[in-house]
Design a protein. Sequence first.
Length: 71
Amino acid sequence: MKKLELKFENADQKTVTFSLDHPSEPVDPQAVSSAMDEIISQGALITSGGDLTGKKSARVVDTVIEEIELT
């Protein structure tokens, strides 16, 4: 399953990750950056370390899960 991970920095200078399942592809870097700016400016996410203060990075993570049959 693919996820879009948005990484922000908060007031405590800690990294906060927000994940979205099944991102639209191809991912538009400009749109992601603009969305992150909007999240920060609107105070849309609250963290235990304070308000979000900046963008750190964004990435698409593709995870493959394979079930193991136990006998």
